[in-house]
Structure formats: C-alpha cells, structure tokens
Design a protein around this ligand. Sequence first.
Ligand code: PEP
Ligand code: MN
Length: 337
Amino acid sequence: MVIVMSPKASEEQVQAVIEKISEHELDVHRSTGKSRTILGVIGTRIEIDPRDMELIEGVSEVIRVTEPYKLASATWQPEPTILDIQGVKIGGGHFVVMAGPCSVESEEQIQAIAGIVSKAGARILRGGAFKPRTSPYSFQGLGENGLRMLQDAADAHGLLTVTEVMDASQIDLVGRYADILQVGARNMHNFALRKGLGRAGLRVFLKRGMSATIREWLQAAEYILAGGNKQVMLCERGIRTFEDYTRNTMDISAIPVVHKLSHLPIIADPSHGTGRRDKVPPMARAALAAGADGLMIEVHNDPEHAQSDGAQSLFPGQFQMLMREVTQIAPLVHREL
Ligand code: PEP
Ligand code: MN
C-alpha cells in the first residue's frame, strides 16, 4: 500500500500516519519529494483498511499495490496449480470435461447419462443431490440416496464425481461420496462453508457468485487456501447483468483475467452461463479458446422431462458433437485432453 500525503501536510501529520502503520507492526518506507511525502507500507501479513488511512489528516490518496488475496495470487505462486485426482489432471495445460445432469433423478437416469458422457470423453460426472433451487416448491434433490446413485454410476463407467455441498454441516457426508465438492454460485459468500472446506482438505470446485467481482471470488478462494487446503478450482458460470435474453451473461473475459491474477485452474460452465441449450456449444468453444482448464456441461438423456435445468441441458448427440469440437480445438490452445 502506498500513502500519498497532501503537499500541505505537516511533519506531525506525516508522523501520525507512520505511527498508525507501526501499530499494525508493519514497516514504512518514506520518500520525501520536493512537494510531497510518499509512504510505502511494507509487509503483507496484515490487511489495513485503506479507508482508515484516507481519513487521517494530511493524507491525499491511498493506493493498493498488492491483491487482497495472497495465497490465491500468481505473485505468490507463479506456476499453475495442477490437481491430480486419481490420474485425472486439471490445470497447467491439462483440460478436463465434467458432464452430467443438473440433478440426480433416479438410478436409471444417472446410469444412462454416465454411460453417454463417459463414452463421449468426459472424465468427471456431475449431478446435484442437494439442490439450491430458487423456489422452495421445486425439486430439492435426492439427498444421500442421490449421492450414492452418483457414485455408483461413476464407478460403473470409470468416472470421477463432482456434486454440490450446500452447507458446512453436509461436508462430511458429501465428502464420503464425492471426489470434488462444488460450492454453488449462491453459496460463494457462505463463510462457514468456505472455512469448513479449508479445514476438510477435500477438493473444492468454487463457482463464482452471480454478482461477485473477480476479486471477491478470489478472496473466497483465499479462505479455503488459508485453511490449509490447496486443492481448489474456480468455475465461471455467468454473472447477472442487465441482459435478460440469456439466463446469465457468460463472462469469458474472466478466464484470461483469472489466469493473470491467480495460479488456480478455471473451469467454464456455459450451461448456467447461458441457460439455453443452443447457446452452450458456442460458449463452450469460446471458453476453451480463451484458455479455460476445463468445461462443466449439463447433459440429460431426456432433457424435456428433466427435474431441473432441462432447457440448458444438451441432448446426448449435441454433447458428442461438442466433444469432437473440443478435441479439435484443444491442441490449438495448448490444452491436452
Ligand atoms: C448447478 O451446478 O446445477 C448449479 C446450481 O449451479 P450454480 O450454483 O452455478 O447456479
Ligand atoms: Mn443446474
């Protein structure tokens, strides 16, 4: 952090700022120019609220020079994080496709879809057992039975699993069944969940909150990393904007931005990003071309009768076609499937 004093600031005012910084056990580098004094705060261990500094008499401007997230930043770790889940690698040039229904609905449904996506080249089976539905009257998921069905279907087809955990009290339960625990967009700000996942040391798939800035999203990841858990992936799933033609606005630009700011892998979810099945393949191709480390795609064997998110779920044939395209694009952008 750099504190620029006003040209009229007195020596007492400069000293008051230095004292304030020293209270936080941080060092100060002072540079006295012809017209004004500039103070550089050294040390990143403690976060100072810039507003506290701005309010001190004689301070003209406070400029933040480091990110408010440290462990998640590319400054802290320049080389990309690569997750290795039973031989399936994600990040640092390794590209993975996660696919499956929005919700696990029945044994037959999840078995059929697992077969379809695995044959087409996906490595990870998705499917919600605990569903964060906007309406309390909508299908809420099959709970533990759904987790069991997801795991059985994945085992039968050589896939790994990712599924949502909605609450800190569910971490143990979901962690017993799933390889990767998803934090949904509505839960990105759930502090108890973030902290619990940091302690649990299970792999986390952290979706971007629908109104979260990239900085807030990386700060959410920081909570999990700060708990000692390094196995974190991010997921761009569209943000809320003034546009209402699509369900959300798929923020493709977040992909290169995250790659610049952070070492964590970033997966793109164009299903929730657009909310419309016909818009999913073009956005998936765009996300891969923009450098995503993977895709999460909703696929259903009978989308028209899906219990949730049918309109954005691909038909099996569409998914197979998308996988063929992904296989062709990946090498052009240095991604290995
Ligand atoms: C989901 O993956 O089905 C889901 C509910 O996603 P999001 O949290 O991104 O809305
Ligand atoms: Mn869904």
